[in-house]
Design a binder for this molecule. Sequence first.
Ligand code: ADP
Length: 423
Amino acid sequence: MRVIWRRLQELGYQLFGATRALEGLDLARQHLPSIILTDLYLPDMSGLELASSLRADARFARIPIVAIIGEDDDNARDLSVAAGINGFLAKPINVQALAIQMEFFLSGGTDMIADEGRIDQARAKLLSETVARLEARIRELETKNAELQRLDEMKDSFIQLTAHELRTPLTLVQGYGRLLEDHPPLRRMMEQDPEVTILIQGLSDSITRMQGIIEDILIVSRIMTNKIDLNLTPLNLGTLARRAVNSFANALMERRIRLVFDESQFPSSMRADADLLYMTLVNLLSNAIKYTPDGGQIILSAQYNNHLVRLSVKDSGIGIDPAHHEAIFERLKLPQSIETHGTSKTAFGGGGLGLGLAICKGVVEAHGGRIWVESAGYDPERLPGSEFIVVLPLSVAKGEVGEPSTATTRNLGKIRPLNARQR
Ligand code: ADP
């Protein structure tokens, strides 16, 4: 091929080269070349399969496809013609004749084989060879897929086990930390020297943050392995939301973010898993704070009817590119690079492990609800903001846990127009 490439370059042809058939197919579809030259033996597909695939596309119905083959390989010639190849360059390549051969093919010349019977036989053989190769490839992919699934499960168990193992010593560290804080000599030091208090506080905050991360990992791995058990109890969503809002009081004050929240909009009775719902609200509020610059505004609101409640967390922050609206709900999917990632729950631009929204989605869907985001785009200058919307059934019936609720989908239509009017 290299000899041909060099000679064609000398002759002034514009060339596009690929080492794999699939890459070649992409290049051909992109550039629609005047002629295609191919080897018969390529690493992913054969040259015959490449030609068949090209001929199935109307744009390549008339473009000359030329195969490079061994001099006396009549069998390969028959199969090539059956696959739609209409010219040959026999090895060893006669470089001097290349210019004339190219002109011949480009002007519509072909190396057809006259014997139709032989071509019919070749077609049948080509078909059976392709089917056999396809079958072998499917089996290979199935084996690889099973192996990937096994590795994925191993990875989930490993993550779960590691998080469990880390949780135990961390709880001990926290316990010792508390004992230390209550230790009279240290108490005295803290009273005498404010710097000691700051150091101890820093230690305790870091432990709490680390515990939060470990809990997040454990919940995500439970969600991913479908081991999420809902502890359904009657709850007052307004009280729950107020608790979530209050947990950010300091951060909101420090960052001068106004949080608009009217508890009376929330249903006072629903059945759900209170801890998981609280965690969802905290994650959404924490994100809204993280991605809203100082002085911004967040609105936590709710609407409900007899069946559903629709929660909205709307911020005046940096917004999210529509291309990422679905991916951000997948675990560890972050639009920005990992290197620029912080771990603060409330600092502007601070991030986490990319688990927060995966947790929200897992929890909401386990309740038979839906979660999505609406945002005009990402723009840290103009701040288009984002709105995260959660629709949940007011009561999760037993059989519905963990399955997309038909009740939710059915009643969504009733609750949506209300919101459309409001906007
Ligand atoms: P993280 O722990 O990084 O915050 P999340 O799963 O909570 O992970 O969010 C995933 C990504 O979605 C974030 O890294 C961020 O890029 C984007 N995102 C989430 N919420 C918002 C928001 N309110 N405004 C802008 N971007 C957001």
